[in-house]
Design a protein around this ligand. Structure first.
Ligand SMILES: Cc1cc2nc3c(=O)[nH]c(=O)nc-3n(C[C@H](O)[C@H](O)[C@H](O)COP(=O)(O)OP(=O)(O)OC[C@H]3O[C@@H](n4cnc5c(N)ncnc54)[C@H](O)[C@@H]3O)c2cc1C
Length: 395
């Protein structure tokens, strides 16, 4: 067991810290207020090769793994970018890059991976549906073969980045649920090029993270070539787990990064803020202990998350990876929420003012309780799959 980063990993962390310096909280405050994509940030990530961390070298990437991607994300988030340090990389490099690296055909790899590595081909993933929600096996979107084409129809909800993505990973049913020999059978993955008139995208006004749009997507008779299917036909559920587990790890890293960022700002502020005679407010244990506890818990979650990413990079089973990815996310989110809550408390009334950014991080960190998987479903995973307890619901 070795807890040291390699020299290469340390370089990634250094380089992420350097990038974060150029995109401080004020930059994101403005992007959030204006609802603008961080173009300059995305260009900086692409230039530094961060958009290609998990892409194999033969397709223009760095040929590294999830562990290195998480290192980059954490440093970006914790050093000023907050959720933005994770968000854009998840959409393109995890939903597009990682899914294709693990399960794409050679033609799909040649078509998409070089553009993803260069940051020129943004991606999104269309999984969630209005009627299926957490129960993703209830996906109603269908893909039906017509000659040598696939015809896709369905409605998706909360699809982040769909307004600007050039590629979309679509999760659809190729065998109706009633005809499938088991519930996980009949789900297939497709790669679609956007924009396409058959795909209507409508942004949903939302609570935070407004430097990226999250959209309703309606797909009506979208015709895709035969080779848009990411194999295997009907067996996409298990391939999808190789995207959903990295997504989970990325959002755990977001909780850790945002939590650490908020704590560092609270520490800075409370060291100099005096309201009564004598010591600054940071000396009061009523503020110090919860911040210290949140920090310790974030570090614990971070270690477990690196265990998940190491297992993933070593091609462990999706079940083993999922075990640690779910537990890390459970712990990280509670600690991240606690960290930002106490950072806001530490700032007193200023914590509520936009100028100090804590209220924005509060909006960002709370998303991770709901997405990519809710805390309840992460608990259900631990209860059922790890502890072997009976399932309370039917999919
Ligand atoms: C800002 C944002 C961005 C998103 N981006 C994307 C994206 O890019 N692509 C994409 O595909 N999806 C995306 N999502 C969707 C997200 O993954 C889902 O919202 C999330 O998985 C929860 O699904 P739901 O909203 O349908 O909740 P529901 O499934 O309706 O759940 C409602 C509540 O019931 C609880 N619940 C449900 N079943 C159980 C059970 N068996 N036991 C206990 N409690 C239960 C849940 O925990 C939750 O609290 C995004 C969502 C948001 C808010």
């Amino acid at each position: 067991m070795d807890f040291e980063f390699t020299e290469e990993q340390k370089m990634i962390a250094d380089s992420a810290r350097d990038i974060a310096k150029d995109f401080p909280p004020e930059y994101w405050r403005e992007k959030e207020e204006n609802g603008e994509f961080g173009e300059e940030f995305w260009k900086a990530l692409s230039k530094a090769g961060f958009t290609g961390i998990v892409i194999p070298e033969e397709y223009g990437g760095a040929g590294m793994g999830m562990t290195e991607l998480l290192i980059a994300m954490e440093e970006l988030a914790a050093n000023g970018c907050g959720m933005a340090g994770v968000w854009y990389l998840v959409l393109t490099e995890v939903f597009g890059g990682m899914s294709i690296v693990r399960h794409g055909t050679e033609e799909q790899k040649e078509k998409y991976l070089p553009g993803i590595a260069k940051g020129e081909l943004e991606f999104c993933m269309a999984l969630t549906e209005p009627d299926a929600g957490t129960n993703t096996l209830n996906t109603r979107t269908t893909a039906v073969k017509d000659g040598d084409e696939w015809v896709i129809n369905g409605n998706k909800i909360f699809i982040s980045g769909a307004d600007r993505a050039k590629g979309m990973l679509i999760i659809a049913r190729t065998t109706p649920r009633e005809k499938a020999p088991k519930k996980t059978h009949g789900i297939s993955l497709f790669l679609a090029d956007l924009p396409n008139p058959a795909v209507k995208v409508n942004p949903i006004p939302k609570h935070g993270i407004n430097y990226s749009k999250t959209c309703e997507v309606s797909i009506s008779n979208l015709r895709l070539p035969e080779d848009a299917l990411m194999p295997p036909l009907d067996g996409g559920w298990y391939s999808l787990l190789d995207t959903l587990n990295p997504e989970r790890m990325s959002f755990t890293t977001a909780a850790v990064g945002i939590g650490k960022l908020a704590i560092s700002k609270a520490v800075e502020y409370t060291k100099q803020r005096k309201v009564f005679a004598g010591e600054p407010v940071g000396s009061y244990q009523g503020l110090q202990f919860p911040l210290a506890e949140a920090y310790a818990t974030l570090e614990t979650a971070r270690l477990m998350n690196f265990k998940a990413s190491t297992l993933f990079d070593n091609q462990a089973s999706y079940r083993d990876v999922g075990t640690y990815a779910n537990m890390a996310k459970l712990v990280a989110v509670e600690a991240g929420v606690k960290a930002v809550y106490w950072a806001m408390q530490s700032f007193g009334g200023y914590g509520y003012a936009k100028e100090y950014d804590v209220e924005r991080w509060w909006r960002e960190v709370n998303l991770i309780r709901l997405a990519p998987v809710t805390q309840q479903m992460a608990l259900a995973y631990v209860g059922e799959h790890i502890l072997g307890m009976p399932k309370s619901y039917r999919t």
